[in-house]
Design a protein around this ligand. Structure first.
Ligand SMILES: *Cc1c(COP(=O)(O)O)cnc(C)c1O
Length: 429
């Protein structure tokens, strides 16, 4: 595979942009290689600047559930752009998207749009603190909620990938208000939330963890979380930035039938443009300025291009049978991948919920951060490089999800299985 143009661009990029990338995991360091620069993408295919084509299972880390450059999404952006790209004043598309989102997600009565998942979680925590008058935030080890200061404690995504527990630049004074506890551990959860010394405002959780690799909640974890937080007057925040519009139209809260107080959204609702949102019960949401005293603002929030791309994307995913078909395809692919690994006795565990999955290079069940970190990242790195050389575009980290989209057809999945078989064989040598 020729990579000379990507290599040259990476060299140039590194002189101008830290690490040559605008988000750390993209640099591919954890998988022992350099990034390929993308020229264009369409459907589930990515083409790099050297003309190599790949079947994409990253989907821009989640947003591209209907595939890249979907004609309806592109047309929505194009026609909206011609009428102006930002007004700094309300415009009708914001109401249209808010109505769609509130109709789809069970717990949302009101929603506020922001520009990224990071902004959504950061604002939701501020709101939870404003609402309760309490201080402490409880999160779970290995979950990632964007890069705001309060969340950079035992966080997932790039922080696990790079092996950093927290981050310099985040004052201890801030971190001491965040408690991180193990995912899926109801005993620790119970003891923490009932601790009278802790002044807990909210618990924030990925209802299916996607940022330590995919880790599903245990049978009772989310119910227990709901029951405890209700009893103790703690705000329960579902960070559905990945799972929203991914697992079902109503996200994980519909899929598992558990209703949070606040929900954070991102990724899919922007249809590939920068959008985040947070929403929930009206009595909480009405504390936000200008209705209430909790401040949150944004120059480009509710941006017409982003609203249009989100609306077009939601228009596609809400068609009857969309999630059923995605589930069937993902189940078929997950089972087939498992069968390939089993036939070659490769010690892997495949965690899958709907169209998000992770193949962990460990023989033992992965149920939390601790067990995820037993995965052999060197093996994953080799697997990644083998797959990439055979035209399969995976996340350049063991601790991320593989996403199946509506654009993947049987032939694309079969190509990935053939590549996986040959990659596994090389690994087992
Ligand atoms: C991606 C992600 C975020 C952060 O969203 P950005 O748009 O990258 O700021 C927050 N929470 C979860 C669960 C995510 O996967």
């Amino acid at each position: 595979m020729k990579t000379e143009h990507s290599m040259q661009l990476f060299t140039d990029a590194r002189t101008l942009i830290p690490g040559g990338v605008n988000s750390p995991v993209r640099a591919c360091r954890a998988v022992g290689t350099d990034p390929l620069f993308v020229a264009e993408a369409s459907g589930c295919t990515i083409t790099d600047v050297d003309g190599n084509r790949f079947v994409d299972f990253v989907g821009s880390w989640g947003p591209m559930i209907v595939g890249h450059a979907h004609p309806e999404v592109v047309e929505a952006i194009r026609s909206t752009a011609g009428r102006g790209t930002s007004f700094g004043a309300p415009s009708p598309l914001e109401i249209d998207l808010a109505a769609e989102v509130c109709a789809a997600v069970p717990s949302l009565e009101k929603v506020r749009f922001v520009n990224s998942g990071t902004e959504a979680t950061m604002s939701a925590v501020r709101l939870a603190r404003g609402y309760t008058g309490r201080k402490m935030v409880v999160k779970f080890d290995g979950c990632y909620h964007g890069h705001a200061d309060s969340f950079l404690v035992k966080a997932g995504s790039g922080l696990i990938t790079l092996g950093i527990p927290g981050s310099p630049g985040v004052p201890d004074d801030i971190v001491k208000n965040t408690i991180s506890i193990p995912y899926n551990d109801e005993a620790v959860l119970d003891a923490t939330l009932r601790n009278p010394e802790l002044d807990i405002a909210c618990v924030i959780v990925e209802p299916v963890a996607g940022n330590m690799g995919v880790v599903p909640p245990s049978e009772t974890f989310l119910q227990k979380l709901r029951q405890l937080t209700s009893e103790l007057g703690i705000v329960l925040i579902f960070d559905e930035v990945i799972t929203g519009f991914r697992l079902a139209l109503g996200g994980a809260q519909e899929y598992f039938d558990v209703t949070p107080d606040l929900t954070c959204l991102g990724k899919i609702i922007g249809g590939g443009l920068p959008v985040g949102a947070y929403g929930g019960r009206s009595d909480i949401m009405d504390l936000i300025a200008p209705e209430g005293p909790v401040y949150q603002a944004g120059t480009l929030s509710g941006n017409p291009l982003a609203m249009a791309a989100g609306l077009a994307t939601l228009g596609i995913v809400k068609q009857p049978g969309f999630y059923k078909e995605l589930e069937e395809k993902s189940e078929w692919f997950g089972n087939a991948l498992n069968a390939v690994a089993a036939s070659l006795s490769v010690p892997v565990v495949l965690n899958r919920v709907g169209s998000m999955m992770t193949c962990f290079f460990t023989p033992d069940p992965v149920t939390d951060f601790q067990s995820a970190s037993h995965a052999e990242t060197d093996l994953y790195g080799e697997y990644y490089r083998q797959m990439r050389s055979q035209g399969i575009w995976l996340a350049p980290s063991q601790f991320e999800a593989l996403f199946v989209s509506a654009a993947h057809e049987r032939k694309h999945l079969e190509k990935a299985l053939v590549a996986a078989e040959s990659s596994f064989k090389k690994l087992m040598k």
